[in-house]
Structures are given as C-alpha cells and as structure tokens.
Design a binder for this molecule. Structure first.
Ligand SMILES: Nc1nc2c(ncn2[C@@H]2O[C@H](COP(=O)(O)OP(=O)(O)OP(=O)(O)O)[C@@H](O)[C@H]2O)c(=O)[nH]1
Ligand SMILES: [Mg+2]
Length: 196
C-alpha cells in the first residue's frame, strides 16, 4: 500500500465523537504498552500515533484518515493494573461498544506481546471477537527482543493458547511483519469494497 496521506482526525471519548460513516475502519487493540501506536506508526512510515513507555498512554479512541479512503482506529490498551476500577469500566464500555456496533469496522488487529503467554484479557478479547464474528488477525509484537529460537517457541505457544492458524511476528524496530500486516489490511478493504 502506498501512503499518499495520513492525518489524525480526532480523539473520541464517547460514541457521539465517532467520525461520520461511511469509510471502512481498521482497529488496533491489545493490552496497554503492547505496541499498538508503534505498529500504526510503522505501517504509515511516520510518527502520527503517540507512543510512550508509560502504559495507558492512549485513553480514548483515536481516528486517523489514510489516503482519504479508510481509517485506522488506535484503541486504548487494557490490563493496566494501576488504572482505577472506574476507568477500567469506562474502557470496557467505550471499546466494546465500538467493537460491537461499528458497522464500518472491517478488521480488528489484535496485538499480543511475543515475549509472554497471552493474558486472561487477551483470551477474553479473542473469544469475544470470535463470538461477535468480527474479522481479526493476531500480531505478536516486539519480536526484535527475542532470538529466532525463542520466537519460534513463543509463537507456537501463543498460537496454541489462542487456537489460531496464523500469527504475524512483528517488530516496530526492524519492520519485520509490516508487509504481512498490510496484506491483511488490503484484503479486508478489498472484501469490503466487493460487498458494498
Ligand atoms: N523493542 C521494541 N519496542 C517496542 C516495539 N513496539 C513498541 N515498543 C515500545 O513499547 C512501548 C509501548 O509502545 P506503544 O506503541 O506506545 O504501546 P501502546 O500499545 O500504544 O500503549 P498504550 O497506548 O499505553 O496502550 C514504547 O516504549 C515503544 O517504543 C517493538 O516492536 N520493539
Ligand atoms: Mg498507544
């Protein structure tokens, strides 16, 4: 995919802030600090989404317009223990409402940390997307932090834990996996065009 333009549109704390349809959307989700914003920046080849080593940086739904044709949605991360219970509840409502209701959502990109086994919340999210029949792919981030052998082992463990056929190993540092993620996005956008 050639990126001709990419711009931040807006942050949304409530449904009334979601941008008006009808552009297709690709959502990025996963636990706090897993690398969602970094993946977005790597895909776009520019630093548009805010990244931070402090977990819980992204607290709202952030919409980006790409090539004037589709949107990326950077969702807040889950599982950050130090977030107060009230905020956690709001997170759940905000994100599950978006995932359940948004008709424009054509693909959810679920990020898991390649260094660790999936958490209980990773499993729940995966099951939830399956149950709601939302198209999803799983990307294992920070692959640059592991040796090829460790990586192979961990990918296999994650694949089994989530009962998946495929996981895309990714690194925002080396760019590994970037083309595969773009291929999945292209395919989702093509399916959407065919169906509409
Ligand atoms: N080595 C390495 N570090 C990464 C990679 N991806 C992200 N990071 C680092 O991990 C930290 C978190 O990255 P973010 O992209 O901000 O994570 P996020 O999922 O958007 O986090 P929240 O918005 O807090 O939910 C930052 O310090 C990044 O530089 C990667 O592929 N390799
Ligand atoms: Mg973020």
């Amino acid at each position: 995919m050639k990126i001709t333009s990419a711009e931040f549109i807006r942050s949304a704390a409530t449904e009334s802030d979601w941008p008006a349809p009808p552009l297709p959307e690709i959502a990025f989700l996963g636990r706090s600090n897993v690398g969602k914003s970094s993946l977005i920046n790597s895909l776009l080849g520019r630093r548009l989404a805010r990244t931070s080593s402090t977990p819980g940086r992204t607290q709202t739904l952030n919409f980006f317009l790409i090539n004037g044709r589709f949107r990326f949605v950077d969702l807040p991360g889950y599982g950050y223990a130090r977030v107060p219970a009230g905020v956690r509840r709001t997170w759940g409502e905000m994100v599950t409402r978006y995932l359940a209701k948004r008709e424009e959502l054509v693909l959810s990109i679920h990020l898991v940390d390649s260094r660790h086994d999936p958490t209980e919340l990773d499993l729940q999210l995966h099951e939830w997307l399956l149950y709601h029949a939302r198209p999803q792919i799983t990307v294992a981030t920070k692959s640059d932090k592991l040796s090829p052998n460790e990586m192979r082992r961990n990918i296999e463990r994650i694949r089994r834990a989530l009962n998946l056929d495929e996981i895309i190993p990714f690194s925002a540092v080396t760019g590994r996996g970037r083309d595969e993620v773009w291929r999945a996005i292209d395919a989702a956008l093509r399916d959407h065009r065919r169906a509409s």
